[in-house]
Design a protein around this ligand. Structure first.
Ligand SMILES: [Zn+2]
Ligand SMILES: [Zn+2]
Length: 86
């Protein structure tokens, strides 16, 4: 995946999050942050609801979106820097 051009951070490596995780950037509310790196080394994060759905093989309630790596890190900070899950 190529770099994305973030309106806040300029060109950045991409990250993938569900829409509830991304919403924290706009409303400052956190909904959990379960994160890992995929086999291309791209960081991915899901909210509590999506992580629970994934654990029970249910359908995730939120779509996934690509955001910039620096935005990903700010949301991670807002969630008190949880360790990665795998
Ligand atoms: Zn979610
Ligand atoms: Zn950004």
């Amino acid at each position: 995946m190529k770099e994305i051009d973030c309106p806040h951070h300029g060109p950045q490596p991409p990250a993938v999050v569900c829409t509830a995780v991304k919403a924290a950037l706009d409303d400052g509310e956190v909904h959990g942050f379960h994160w890992w790196e995929d086999d291309r080394g791209i960081p991915c994060a899901l909210c509590d609801d999506c992580a629970e759905a994934m654990d029970s093989d249910a359908e995730r309630p939120h779509a996934l979106e690509v955001i910039c790596g620096a935005c990903f890190e700010s949301i991670w900070n807002m969630n008190d820097q949880p360790p990665r899950i795998s």
